[in-house]
Design a protein around this ligand. Structure first.
Ligand SMILES: C[S@@+](CC[C@H](N)C(=O)[O-])C[C@H]1O[C@@H](n2cnc3c(N)ncnc32)[C@H](O)[C@@H]1O
Length: 209
């Protein structure tokens, strides 16, 4: 049994604890980056669909595919979609490093709050898979924890910082690294970086090989 099978039902509390304060809610920032138009969006490691549930509700034209390895997280996502009668979401229980999706399928790939808790190898494989399934002019949107600037935010973020550090050996390195340089290694060019509550939303384009 992995962590997410235990915490799936309580996972959405994270949003109420860390993102609902006055300020920039990263989920809303992601929503604003996706146009209300006929686009295909892949939510990689979608969990309970925290990033794309509200996007799916915006328009039936937007087709969302959510991929996650945890059946428990996906079953929370599925219940949310059923309750909201959403027809434009397809959920798949797959490893994000091998989605079996055709090359260059999506206009947008969203990767939220998973890279910091992945080993360097897993992180690399997830990003390479995102590159593969993204259209040439597609965009990668990444949500990650940001280094806290003010003392009060550092204090409030501290419990999460400790939990994440204990959960993954490479957390601190990734948390502190320059994301523009990091993603450049995988042929992604940073186009936007939007500071949000405790977190940052980044938008990347493919640099064509
Ligand atoms: C912290 S949650 C993030 C959920 C959501 N993306 C968000 O922004 O809140 C991390 C998710 O990544 C999933 N995950 C971890 N490794 C994965 C893999 N190799 N393939 C697919 N999903 C994976 C976990 O099951 C979990 O649902």
């Amino acid at each position: 049994m992995n962590t997410y099978s235990t915490i799936s039902k309580a996972y959405d509390l994270l949003d109420r604890t860390y993102f609902a304060e006055k300020g920039n809610n990263p989920r809303k920032v992601i929503q604003e980056l996706i146009p209300d138009a006929s686009v295909k969006v892949l939510d990689m490691c979608c969990g309970t669909l925290s990033n794309t549930f509200s996007i799916a509700k915006m328009s039936n034209l937007i087709k969302i595919t959510g991929v996650d390895i945890s059946e428990e997280m996906l079953s929370v996502a599925k219940k949310k979609c059923q309750d909201a009668h959403l027809q434009n979401v397809c959920l798949r229980c797959e490893d994000a490093t091998n989605t079996k999706i055709e090359n260059e399928t999506f206009d947008y790939v969203v990767i939220g709050l998973v890279l910091h808790e992945s080993s360097p190898k897993l992180r690399q494989e997830i990003i390479n898979e995102a590159y593969r399934v993204l259209k040439k002019d597609g965009k990668l949107i990444v949500l990650e924890w940001e280094q806290q600037k003010s003392l009060i935010w550092k204090i409030k973020f501290f419990p999460l910082y400790v939990t994440e550090s204990m959960g993954c050996l490479s957390f601190k390195n990734f948390y502190k690294c320059n994301k523009e340089i990091y993603f450049n290694q995988f042929n992604f060019l940073m186009k936007k970086e939007i500071s949000c509550n405790y977190s940052v939303v980044m938008e990347f384009e493919k640099s064509l090989l």
